[in-house]
Design a protein around this ligand. Structure first.
Ligand code: AMP
Length: 281
């Protein structure tokens, strides 16, 4: 595995050593887990060269504490990625990615109106900026993103379409622990007590899905209100959002219609750590 931190060097490597080969990119913020590795497996099947980036992107954190406390496990990350057969690892320097005179900001509409876009202002604009930069540096033929961050996946799909970026976006299933808890780098920050409570996120999502599939006349407002109460009773600190939205445009629905693809989305705080998840209905 070749490791680069300088933009110029990775560009030269890609231009001369990867000419004529297809490249798949898996962007990450590190603290590599089985969720990330599942994206790499897909990338390996679909492309000649697999590139992974590790960059804890300051522009997508609207909470400085969350940024400072983001888990960093670079040494074991490198080992895991090399073992997974990654060809190129890009760990850029923040000063090179965002020189002080960087004037560009991305503005997004509609898909950012709800869910994380609503409660983390500026988050997806930061995500969009780093993804555009990574795509311009690495020029991947395809890039893999997890459905765990479903809103992010949809925004990146639309972004590449709107900007005519020639990179195919592929979505991948969410990988979970046996308990049902979606794997996340932030899980590393959960203490013993919170780890026992956290699987309640997936349990409640499944419960809501079952209720809706059994009877689609169920009042969505009632289901959501009940579920929020249950989450607080189970020990969660705060429910940031719990909503049922269409997959396409991420707009909340008032009544479940099995003909329209929709998902249940959740973000909760547990011991000051924000966890998100979603399931398809
Ligand atoms: P992150 O390092 O959290 O920014 O995630 C990097 C990529 O891995 C994103 O495309 C995420 O959606 C994806 N990802 C994170 N957790 C999971 C998971 N449990 N299953 C599948 N993909 C995931």
């Amino acid at each position: 595995m070749k490791i680069f931190s300088k933009i110029k060097l990775i560009r030269t490597h890609i231009e001369y050593e990867c000419a004529g080969k297809t490249i798949a990119l898996v962007p990450t913020m590190g603290a590599i887990h089985e969720g990330h590795l599942s994206l790499i497996k897909i990338a390996k099947k679909k492309a000649d060269i697999v590139a992974v980036s590790i960059f804890v992107n300051p522009k997508q954190f609207n909470n400085i504490e969350d940024f400072k406390k983001y888990p960093q496990t670079l040494k074991s990350d490198k080992q895991k990625l090399a073992d997974a057969g990654v060809d190129i690892l890009f760990i850029p320097d923040v000063r090179e990615i965002y020189p002080q005179d960087c004037l560009v900001m991305v503005k997004l509409e509609k898909l950012t109106e709800n869910l994380c876009g609503k409660t983390r202002p500026g988050h997806f604009e930061g995500v969009a900026l780093i993804i555009i930069k990574l795509f311009n540096i690495i020029k991947p033929d395809l890039a893999i993103f997890g459905e765990k961050d479903f809103q992010q996946l949809q925004i990146i799909r639309k972004l590449t379409e709107d900007l005519n970026i020639n990179t195919k976006i592929i979505g991948a299933n969410t990988i979970r622990e046996k308990s049902g808890l979606a794997l996340s780098s932030r899980n590393l920050r959960l203490d013993k007590k919170s780890r026992k409570i956290a699987p309640g996120i997936y349990q409640i999502l499944k419960q809501i899905r079952e209720k809706l599939l059994k009877d689609n006349n169920y009042s969505i407002k009632l289901i959501i209100d009940e579920a929020k109460k249950e989450l607080i009773k189970a020990g969660f600190e705060r429910v940031d959002y719990l909503e049922i939205c269409t997959e396409n445009d991420l707009q909340p629905i008032k009544k479940f219609d099995p003909k329209i693809k929709s998902r249940i989305f959740i973000a909760v705080y547990l011991n000051q750590i924000r966890l998100i998840d979603n399931v398809k209905i």
